[in-house]
Design a protein. Structure first.
Length: 380
């Protein structure tokens, strides 16, 4: 048996992706080492990650200083971002080849301003796809109503898509339908679907954060016996939610409709567990990894969670366990006054707002950095 716990995760059918990127790791061999030693299969990026990388180091200074013309801060960010993602795609090219295009993907996100505009999302997705120019790039599109419609069009175009900010089972169902419809549209237009890949990024830890906050408020005004029952539900909703999403996945990627697509070379849209770093220190630092292990899944982890799992994670198939218990938990939460629909609706709104805030902070940071380096920016 493989002793490296991350390798064992891979053997259990789960692909580990790294939820982090910076320029240093792309060139100093550390990313290649992770791929070799830890069975790292892919990478996700977002403005928050780039914000930290740009603020904390000087790896980007020369590119910022020498950028042609007077770009806007947004254009400058896209230049930096697409360069890093392209380089990362090249590092993962061997994984992409050896896994026959199952893995080896690097994600790049559309900007927050297009989250509720289907046409703008499609246009930006196509541009990022063409700019990176690698078969193993994935364009991240938020799972809003507009984003879901854009997913269908981008899949029909042959663009790999990572659908992000999914919190509810209903939203996940709409995303799967969009993916299947996009594949069917592509086939109807006479194109192959063999090279099209997609993941559905289902967010985990944030669900517990919001549910636990509501349970604490209810418990505070309850009698002792009821308070104990309410507090016993803390820290359980996120895993239950993700497991029910996996059940939906197993049901949707089965049957005549899916088999017709699979016969033409289509691949399943794997659930990707995102936001899997544990936020509550009272919970295990590998809770959202150990509880969601199983075939055809991806877990994108921040570096600290990868290190924790390598050190003390336990590998066992858990993602399809206790579906009945998950349904019962949701029933009990509703009876206690916690609406999962309200929770997941709020988390999507909050997620989009956080995305916009990170983007705004990133742009402001780039403007400061450019000024320090004597680089003129349009509009600055």
């Amino acid at each position: 048996m493989t002793t490296n716990r991350l390798q064992r995760l891979h053997e259990a059918g789960q692909s580990v992706w790294l939820d982090y990127i910076d320029r240093a790791m792309l060139t100093d061999g550390s990313l290649a080492r992770r791929i070799r030693d830890d069975a790292l299969m892919g990478m996700t990026s977002n403005p928050t990650i780039f914000e930290k990388a740009l603020a904390e180091g000087h790896e980007y200074d020369e590119q910022i200083r020498s950028a042609e013309g007077d770009p806007s801060a947004w254009q400058l960010f896209e230049l930096v971002e697409t360069d890093d993602v392209r380089t990362a795609c090249d590092v993962f090219a061997g994984v992409h080849r050896d896994t026959k295009r199952v893995d080896g993907y690097v994600s790049i996100e559309v900007s927050p301003g297009v989250a509720h505009d289907t046409d703008a999302t499609v246009e930006e997705g196509r541009r990022l796809w063409a700019t990176v120019g690698r078969p193993n790039v994935m364009v991240k599109v938020p799972g809003t109503d507009a984003g879901v419609e854009a997913v269908r069009r981008l899949i029909a175009d042959g663009v790999n898509v990572n659908v992000t900010l999914l919190f509810s089972i209903d939203a996940h169902a709409r995303v799967i339908e969009s993916y299947l419809g996009g594949l069917e549209d592509r086939l109807a237009a006479g194109h192959s679907v063999e090279h099209v890949a997609s993941v559905a990024s289902f967010f985990v830890s944030r669900v517990d954060t919001e549910v636990d906050k509501r349970l604490d408020a209810i418990a505070a005004s309850s009698n002792e016996a009821l308070r104990d029952r309410i507090l016993a539900m803390r820290g359980r909703a996120a895993v239950a939610n993700a497991r029910l999403a996996y059940r939906l996945f197993t049901r949707k990627f089965a049957g005549a409709r899916w088999e017709a697509l699979a016969a033409r070379g289509a691949r399943v849209q794997r659930p990707l567990w995102a936001s899997t770093g544990t936020k509550n220190p009272a919970y295990s630092d590998v809770l959202y990894v150990e509880s969601l292990i199983g075939p055809d899944t991806v877990n994108t982890m921040p570096p600290a969670t990868i290190e924790a799992f390598r050190d003390h994670g336990e590998v066992a198939r858990t993602v399809d366990a206790e579906w009945t218990a998950a349904e019962q938990l949701f029933h009990d939460l509703e009876q206690s006054g916690v609406s999962m629909k309200d929770v997941t609706d709020k988390l999507l709104v909050d997620g989009l707002a956080s995305f916009q805030k990170s983007f705004d902070t990133l742009v402001a940071g780039l403007e400061r950095k450019a000024a320090e380096l004597g680089k003129s920016l349009a509009g600055a």
